[in-house]
Design a protein around this ligand. Sequence first.
Ligand code: NAD
Length: 474
Amino acid sequence: MDPIKTEIVVVGAGPGGYAAAFYAADLGKKVILIERDPRLGGVCLNRGCIPSKALLHAAHTVSSARESEHRGISFGKPTIDVSKLRAWKESILNRLSGGIAQLAKMRGVQVLQGRGYFEDSRSLRVETAEGQQFVHYDKAIVAVGSKSTMPKAFDLGNPRVMTSREALEVEDIPESLLVIGGGYIGMELGTVYASLGSKVVLVEALDTILAGADPDLARPVIAYAKKAFKEVRLKTKVGKMSTSGKQIKVEFDFDSQKKEELYDRVLVAVGRSPNAEDLGLENTKVSFDEKGFIHVDEKQQTTDPAIFAIGDIAGGILLAHKASKEARIAVEVIVGEDSAFSDITIPAVVFTDPELAWCGLTELEAKAKGIEVQVAKFPWAASGRALSFDRPDGLTKLIIDPDTERILGVGIVGTGAGELIAESVLAVEMGATAKDLALTVHPHPTLSETLMEAAEAFYGHATHTLVRKKPEQG
Ligand code: NAD
C-alpha cells in the first residue's frame, strides 16, 4: 500500500479523538483517524459512560418500582432477562458508534482501522487487516485513552474477577458481588448490580467513599449505598484472591484483622492507567510522567513539536468532556489560534443514586489551599419538587468569594444533579455572582430553584428555608 500523506492524524477515536478529527475537518484540514477497535467511540461510548448510563437507567426502573410501594403502587418482584437487557444496551452502542462513523464519512475524515505505531516524529505505521499502511503527517494528536488498573495480586486470569469492561457486559447477575474501590466506577456499577439483585459488598481502602467530593455532598450517596448494598466497608484492603471452585476466595485486612470470604464475582475498580505502551512513542521526542501519562503544556503540545496529546493519556482528570475540550484546544493551536487549557471549569458527575455533581472550587479544596470562602446551602428537604418525587435527600451548595460575591464553585447531590450542574458551570465560567443567581427567576416547581434559593440563602432571605443573615464583612 502506498503511504498516505495527511495534514493531521489522530490516534484513538474516543470522545477526545473523534472530536479532534471532526473539528479539524470542519476547519478544512485533511484528517486521518486511526482506531484499533472495529467500533468508533472509544471506552466512553463502548465500554464506559454510555453502557453504564444505560444500565443505571435500567437499574433505576427496578429500584423506583420497589420504592413506590408506600405510595400504594406495587409491581411485585421484577424478572430480569439478562440477554434482552444486554441486547438493548448493545443497540444503543451500535446506534451511537454507527452515527460517529457516518459523521466521519460525511466530513471526509478517513478512518483507518488498525493499531497505530509511531515510526518517528512525522510518520506512523498502521497495522490494518489489509496490511501495513504508512501515514506521513504534519501534526499528530494522540488520544489513546486509558484502561482499568488491575493490580497483579488480583489478576487471576479468572473471568469472575472483572474490571468495568467485563462488568458492563452483564454476563449474569451474580448472587454475591465484591466491589473493590469506592470511586466513580465502584459506586456506579455497585448501584447497577445491587438494583438488579446482587448482594453487593463494597470495600474502600480510605475512610470515605468518593474521596474527592465534599463530605456533606457525599453523605446522601453513602447513606443510599448503605441501604442498597449488603455492606460498605471503609478502611478495608483486599490482600489476596484465589479461585475456589466456581467462586473467588478473598482475603481482607479489616480493623487489623484478617478475614476470608467467598464471592461469585469481584469487580476491581481501583483507578485507571494510561494506554501508553506499544505506541512507538519512544521513537519520537514525547516524554511521560512517572505514571506513564504524556507530558503536555496548556496548549496540549507534547515535548515533540509535531505531536499533541489529549484526554486520559494526557493525565489530569480522566473525564470524556475534558478530552473533548482538549481536542478543540489542540486543533485550534494547530491551525494557529492562541488557545490554551487554562482556567477552564470541568464539571464532575458521579451517576450514583442520588447523583453527585460539582464544578469549580470545592469546599475541601478551598480548605486545603487556604482560600477563604463562604458557603451557602439549600437542603432539598425544603424543595417542593424534590418532595414530589420522594427524594428530599439532596443538597445544593455554593462556594462564594466573600469579597466579590463571585461563585467559585457549586456542588449538588440529588436526583438529576448531573443535568442541574450545567447552569452552575455556566455561572462559574462567566464569573457570575451570588446576586446574579439570586436575581434570576427559576421556574417553579423545579430542582433548579435550589440554586436560586441557595444564592438567596447567602443573603439571608431564601423563601423556603430560614437562614441567619450574611455576616457583616470587616
Ligand atoms: P477512582 O480513582 O475514582 O476510585 C478508586 C478507589 O479505589 C479510590 O477511592 C481508592 O482509594 C480505592 N482503592 C484503591 N486501591 C484499593 C484497594 N486495594 N482496596 C480497596 N480500595 C482501593 O477510580 P475508578 O472508580 O476506577 O474510576 C477511574 C476513573 O474513571 C475516575 O478517575 C473517573 O475519572 C473515571 N470515571 C468517571 C465516571 C463519571 O464521570 N461518571 C464514571 C466512571 C469512571
